[in-house]
Ligand binder design. Structure first.
Ligand code: NAD
Ligand code: DAU
Length: 340
């Protein structure tokens, strides 16, 4: 019997990297291809424990390179696609939106064309709750799959555009798709430009932690492994054409998140430095995950167990993040913040 071929795009980044490891270990009967351009956000060192496995393959390519993508799809005839590859950082999209349109919109359309041309069994497009815009601070309001899309940043606008293309390829060409929209992830291999790994790495180095505005904006945090299990479920059991929200009801203000990390590491709140607010800063995100729960999804981490596991991971894996916070990252950090 032929082995199933699963293509994961962006499998050298944070969530895609965790997903590739999760799938390679869980499904030895699948051949799993990680396609990644290895931008500043992607690295192969995170895969040193799986790179020798027989069911893992790496392809370096740009998802927006039409010739390379169509040739690869014609050669490999993938059954399943899980599409993570993207420019993912809101602050970078505010500074330079163009690459977000190129990768997130043109890249997604290229993958959709290749999938349509060769025929696939399922295309899961990994999107974000940010496409819904922002909620107010009323704790009884949530994003559902029927919330209208009202993206506020160039990043979320590019993701919403890609969601519309995925939907259109299903409606027009019957491409078997799902869209998942997840809240903020955290966990191992999270790139230290994002709030949680930035805070952990800076607190460990006794450096100031930049908090935007008054620190009262709310995010709904989900451990990356719970996101991986959600995507696995949608890939295998999701009803074709449907959208699924992913989130675990873990709402926290940014200040609560930063203080919990500082306290766990036994350091002082004096490390917090309030800095200029992000432009167009969304107030609150909160997910209603009931549709996915009805499909059988059960998250395993609370915020408290997940953040403890994550802090431990950063303590035990300095080799990974210390190589990242040097080089290009230093230039980025100096440009983005006026901290020492
Ligand atoms: P990331 O920035 O850590 O990783 C992105 C990966 O995509 C990197 O490995 C990068 O090299 C690769 N990539 C970028 N441009 C590429 C291109 N043109 N061709 C091929 N590969 C390319 O991102 P992440 O945080 O892991 O997010 C993954 C996906 O999940 C994104 O689509 C993002 O929108 C979505 N998402 C993220 C979160 C979150 O909290 N991080 C939450 C919900 C949804
Ligand atoms: O909601 C899902 C989204 O979560 C994903 O689609 C994005 O790819 C991912 O980057 C994340 O977006 P956010 O903008 O919410 O994540 P970030 O870690 O950049 O910021 C989290 C909150 O912390 C946000 O309110 C801004 C604030 N913040 C962030 C940074 C980097 C600070 O206060 N200081 C900082 O230095």
């Amino acid at each position: 019997m032929n082995r199933k071929k699963l293509l994961v795009t962006g499998g050298s980044g944070f969530i895609g990297g965790n997903f590739v490891q999760y799938m390679v270990n869980k499904y030895p009967e699948y051949d799993i291809y990680n396609l990644d351009l290895l931008t500043y956000a992607g690295d192969l060192t995170k895969h040193r424990d799986i790179e020798m496995k027989d069911n893992y393959f790496f392809v370096k390519a740009d998802i927006a390179d039409r010739h390379a993508i169509i040739s690869l799809f014609e050669k490999e005839r993938f059954d399943l696609i899980v599409h993570f590859a993207a420019e993912s950082h809101v602050d970078r999209s505010i500074a330079d939106p163009g690459i977000f349109v190129q990768t997130n919109v043109v890249g997604t359309q290229t993958l959709l064309d290749a999938s349509k041309q060769v025929g696939i069994t399922k295309f899961v497009h990994v999107s974000t709750d940010e496409v819904y815009g922002e909620l107010d601070f009323n704790p009884n309001t949530f994003f559902t799959e029927n919330t209208p899309l009202q993206p506020n940043s160039p990043y979320s606008a590019s993701k919403a555009s890609s969601d519309f293309l995925v939907r259109a390829y299903h409606e027009t060409y019957n491409l078997p798709v799902n869209i998942t929209r997840c809240s903020n992830n955290y966990g191992p291999f999270h790139f230290p430009e994002k709030l949680i790994p930035l805070t952990i790495s800076r607190v460990l180095n006794e450096e100031k932690v930049p908090v935007y505005g008054d620190g009262k904006n709310i995010r709904d945090w989900l451990h990356v492994i719970d996101h991986c299990s959600a995507i696995d479920l949608v890939l295998h059991e999701g009803e074709v054409g449907e959208v699924y929200n992913v989130g675990g009801h873990n709402e926290k203000t940014n200040l609560e998140v930063v203080k919990s990390i500082i306290n766990t590491l036994g350091k002082s709140d004096n490390l917090i430095e309030f800095v200029e607010d992000r432009l167009g800063h969304d107030k609150r995100y909160a997910i209603d995950p009931s549709k996915l729960e009805k499909l059988g999804w059960i998250p395993t981490y609370t915020f408290e167990t997940g953040i403890a596991q994550t802090i431990n991971w950063y303590l035990e894996n300095k080799w990974w993040w210390e190589q990242i916070i040097s080089g290009e990252y230093v230039n980025y950090f100096e440009k983005q913040y006026s901290l020492k």
